[in-house]
Structures are given as C-alpha cells and as structure tokens.
Design a protein around this ligand. Structure first.
Ligand SMILES: *[C@@H]1O[C@H](CO)[C@@H](O)[C@H](O)[C@H]1NC(C)=O
Ligand SMILES: *[C@@H]1O[C@H](CO)[C@@H](O)[C@H](O)[C@H]1NC(C)=O
Ligand SMILES: *[C@@H]1O[C@H](CO)[C@@H](O)[C@H](O)[C@H]1NC(C)=O
Ligand SMILES: *[C@@H]1O[C@H](CO)[C@@H](O)[C@H](O)[C@H]1NC(C)=O
Length: 514
C-alpha cells in the first residue's frame, strides 16, 4: 500500500488536486488491482498495441560479434549468479572506435530543445551541487543512482508505481552500454511519481537555500524538478506499450495507411477522462444530435481493454482522423508523442506541464493551440480552419511527425540523457561514492531473472553495443534575450490564434442574428 502513502504525500503537497485524487480513489476501489492502478495514475496513453505475446525465449549468449562496422555485445545470462551479481567484465569500460571515426566526420548538432538542459540546471549554476543538496532531495525520491567508472549502483527508497522505476533504470543502463566510459561519475536522486515536487517559491529570495536537485519526468513553470525521459521509451508492460524504438517504426507505417486528405475530417480523442477535470470537460465537445463541435471523443475503459487484449487500442492504427486532440492527464501525459507522431494535425489543449522534449514544440508550426477554458469552440474553429486550409493543415501535421521521427528517435533520447547527465555531473562539488545500501545494477541482473512482457520489452530495447559515433553536439545555452524571444514568439502565436478564433465566433453569432 505504498502507493496510498505516496498519494497522501502528494495530497499534502497538491491541495488543489485533492478532489481529483479522491474521485480517482473512489473509482479505483471498485476495480481489480492492476486496472485500479491505471485509474489512479495520471499519465495516460489511450491507445495500445496488441499482438504482443509473452516471450520466454532465453537470452542468447554468443560472443561479441561484429555486425557490419558495429560491435555487438549480447548480454550473457550464464555468467555469474545473474540474479545477484553483475559479471566482473561484462562490458568494455571504454570504447574508442568512434574517436577515430570522429576525426573523419563531424558529429551532428543536437535538436534545439536540448538547450533546455542548461535552463533546468541553472539553479545550481553559481553554487554547484553539494552532497547535502542531493541528500535533501531524498525526501520524495524513489531511488538514488550512482555511476562510478561506467558502472551503476542503486539505492532504492520506495518502490515506484508499476514498473516505472524498473524501466527508467533499464534506460540508464542502456545509455551506459551505448557510450561506455563516457558517462561521468555522478550521484543523483530520482522521483517516479506524477507531480513535480520542488517548488521554486521555496527557494527564492535573498536568503534562500539552494534547491535540492531532483530528477523527474515532468515539470511546470513553478517547479525546479530536472526533467528526464520517462519509462515509456523502454516500455510500459502494464498497459502493453512497447519500447519507443519499435513503436516509432510502426507509427511511421501507420501514417501511410490513409492519406491525410482521405481521413475523417474530425478531431479525435480517446483516453481515460477521469484523471483530470480538463478531460472530463472535453467529453462535452463530443458530437451528438444537438451539437457538432467537429470532435469525436471516446472514453477508454481500461478494464475492458485488458479483457479484450488491447485490441481496440492499436496505436499505429489511430492515424485515421485529420485532427487529433492532446489534453493532459493530471500532469504530463506520455500520449503526447504518440499523437504528434501521426501526421494528423495535433490540437493541443493548453498544457500546464512540460517534459524533456515538449519545450521544443512551436504553436502553428508543430501543433494548433486550443484554449483550455473554451475547448469546444476552440476545437470547432481549428477543424473548420484546417478543412478550408488543407495544405497548411497537412503541412503542420507533417512537421510534427517529422519532429517526432527525427528529433525524438531513440538516438536523440539517449543523447539528451547523456548531455543532461554530463552537465549535471560537472556541477557536483564532491566525488560520488557507492551508498552503503546500494546494489550494483547491470542489464544482466535486470533482464536475466525477469519474465513475460517485462523481459520481452527489455530485450527489445536492449542497446546491442557501443555506438560508433559520439553523441550529437549540444548548442550553447540560450542567452537571456534569445530565450525571452523564443517564449515571446510562442505567446504571440497563441494570442494570434485566439484573435482569429474570436473573430470567427463573433461572425458566427452575427450571422445567426441576421
Ligand atoms: C557466458 O558466461 C559463461 C560463464 O561465465 C561463460 O562460460 C561463457 O563463455 C560466456 N559466454 C560469452 C559469450 O561470453
Ligand atoms: C544465486 O544466489 C541466490 C541468492 O543468494 C542463491 O539462492 C543461489 O543458490 C545462487 N546460485 C548460484 C548458482 O550460486
Ligand atoms: C537575510 O539574512 C540577514 C542576515 O541574517 C537578515 O538580516 C535578513 O533579515 C534576512 N532577510 C530575509 C528576507 O529573510
Ligand atoms: C461520442 O460520440 C460517439 C459517436 O456518437 C460515440 O460513439 C461515443 O461513445 C461518444 N463518446 C462518449 C464519451 O460518450
């Protein structure tokens, strides 16, 4: 019942959400336990893949093999007592091949959104990060991660909800396989729950103490949590979401099934509405005998989905409408990348939270902004506009799917982690040591004793071997004026759409009166 305790904890910190959580708890008490979790969590994906079968195949233990130019290093489940200890020399501590390659080719520049790494770490720019600061982040952390000489050590404080912590740690281990010897020594605290916790207001003012650095999946303008890619990039077995690397390919194919112009000219949303008021609100925009807001909205019933083996929620078969609505759950939602990946136009209901990549999205370039306080009319206008500006609308959908396919492929996700961890490590004022109660983690100890879908997803997302090239090159931090102008540009663009929207409705009302 740790999740209960956790929830109480969050209630304490997020008084305004009390009512929401209460209603979710009410609902959840009537469901079986795994479904009930789904109702309690905020992060929600509404579409799923089916056809994933439990794999019981054993891990291969072949020798290091050279595939093309790349070196592959499979994980060896017969070395050592894999349920307990990591093999001594399971992986090279260093990999130099790419350094030679680097002399010949210059590495690519990282996507623009990587520059937010500096912003997220800016609270410690002057002070650096002391062990005392890290210790203070322990209060809500699920685990502490120490990396020393390319090996990972973890001290667990509390189990996370579902397998969030498992797949987050798995992802970090894969980063170590991708760039052996390149991730610097570090010590960090990680929180796996939904709500951002480090409120900036508590750490501002003349005598303020430095905030505790806490890694987490999302943030909002009023918090200082350091955002990090969420577990779903490596898999979410509880609701059958496969690793992002393979899903991305399916989504690309899914896009080609029906050309944009032949898609249903409505805005589509399917998800679990009870996790957020804003989603309940959205249900009112559904088409009916009495009204037509150009929206088709479906409530997802996870109990039913699970019983049907997730047949109704195949992500790659959801690119059938010209417009797709994104609306947050109780915080950020992992569904955003799945929606943007369809080259349908994303109608993005004004978000309150961000994750590591969403700050790179530009309104009217990657998505159409939707008001959160007048959703139905906002959606109606967006769809009408798109259906009468088909080329522009289709282009916007294409920009979003290109962004996802290029700037958010697994290579970029790992590079983001690499740069974030490297910049973070630079700020540390002390030499990390292995915490007393920590255990060493490696891909072998995680994957070998595991079974079922968890194992299948781990093997599917396993990094096969060190990368030939180095990480992309991160652009320098924004100077304050440039950052300001980027934010201003976003604001202006949203304001402009709101202006058009007002004009549209003023005209509609005038026509009605005449
Ligand atoms: C896997 O580990 C076992 C036991 O240590 C060893 O005999 C075997 O050679 C290893 N296989 C590979 C491919 O390294
Ligand atoms: C592996 O470790 C477990 C837990 O300590 C122990 O029960 C088991 O006997 C060990 N197996 C081998 C082959 O050493
Ligand atoms: C900050 O600390 C100084 C010296 O201790 C004290 O005089 C001042 O009142 C404090 N300011 C605030 C805002 O707490
Ligand atoms: C929305 O309308 C569609 C079409 O009439 C219907 O199938 C669907 O169940 C409705 N959604 C909700 C949440 O009532």
């Amino acid at each position: 019942m740790k999740e209960k305790t956790k929830q109480r904890h969050h209630l304490k910190h997020e008084g305004s959400e009390r009512v929401l959580f209460k209603s979710i708890n009410l609902l959840s008490s009537t469901r079986s336990s795994s479904i009930h979790h789904c109702f309690r969590i905020s992060v929600f994906v509404f579409l799923l893949f089916f056809g994933v079968f439990v794999s019981t195949r054993l891990l291969h233990s072949t020798l290091v093999s050279i595939a093309g130019n790349s070196i592959e290093i499979p994980i060896n489940c017969s070395a050592g007592n894999v349920t307990r200890t990591c093999p001594a020399n399971y992986y090279p501590g260093k990999f130099d091949k790419r350094d030679r390659a680097l002399l010949l080719t210059s590495p690519a520049e990282c996507p623009e959104y990587f520059r937010w790494i500096y912003e997220d770490l800016s609270p410690w720019r002057e002070t650096g990060i002391t062990e005392e600061m890290v210790e203070r982040a322990r209060r809500t952390a699920n685990f502490r991660l120490v990396i020393l000489n390319g090996r990972a050590y973890v001290e667990t404080y509390r189990k996370s909800f579902q397998t969030r912590d498992v797949f987050t740690l798995w992802g970090i281990l894969q980063l170590l396989r991708l760039y052996p010897g390149k991730v610097p020594d570090l010590d960090l605290m990680f929180e796996c729950a939904d709500w951002p916790v480090i409120r900036s207001s508590l750490y501002s003012g003349p005598n303020a103490t430095a905030p505790p650095p806490l890694f987490h999946y999302c943030g909002q303008d009023s918090t200082l949590d350091i955002v990090f890619p969420d577990w779903s990039f490596w898999g979410w077995p509880e609701i059958n979401i496969k690793p992002w690397g393979s899903l991305l390919k399916d989504l690309e194919k899914g896009n080609t099934k029906t050309s944009w112009i032949d898609r249903n000219p409505y805005a589509y949303w399917k998800g679990n509405p009870v996790v957020a008021k804003s989603r309940m609100d959205l249900l009112k925009c559904n088409v009916s005998d009495k009204q037509d807001w150009n929206a088709l909205v479906y409530a997802l019933n996870w109990g039913r989905e699970a019983q049907l083996g997730y047949k109704d929620s195949n992500l790659a078969r959801q690119c059938l409408h010209r417009y797709k609505i994104y609306v947050e759950g109780s915080t950020w939602s992992v569904s955003e990348k799945y929606i943007l990946a369809c080259d349908s136009v994303t109608l993005l209901v004004k978000p309150r939270f961000y994750d590591f990549f969403t700050r790179g999205l530009m309104p009217m370039h990657h998505y159409w902004p939707i008001r959160d306080d007048d959703k139905c009319r906002s959606i109606k206008f967006a769809v009408d506009w798109g259906n009468s500006h088909k080329q522009e609308a289709h282009a916007m959908g294409k920009e979003a799917s290109n962004f996802i396919q290029q700037d958010l492929k697994m290579d970029q996700v790992y590079d983001y982690m690499f740069h974030l961890l490297s910049q973070y490590a630079k700020l540390l004022k002390y030499k990390p040591v292995v915490p007393r109660r920590a255990v060493e983690l490696c891909s072998e100890t995680m994957a070998c004793p595991t079974e079922g879908l968890t194992k299948k997803f781990m093997l599917e997302s396993l990094v096969k071997g060190p990368k030939d090239e180095g990480p992309c090159v991160i652009q320098p931090p924004y100077d304050p004026a440039t950052l300001q102008s980027v934010l201003q540009r976003k604001q202006n663009s949203i304001k402009e759409v709101e202006g058009w929207e007002k004009l549209y409705w003023d005209n509609q009302n005038k026509n009605k009166k005449n």
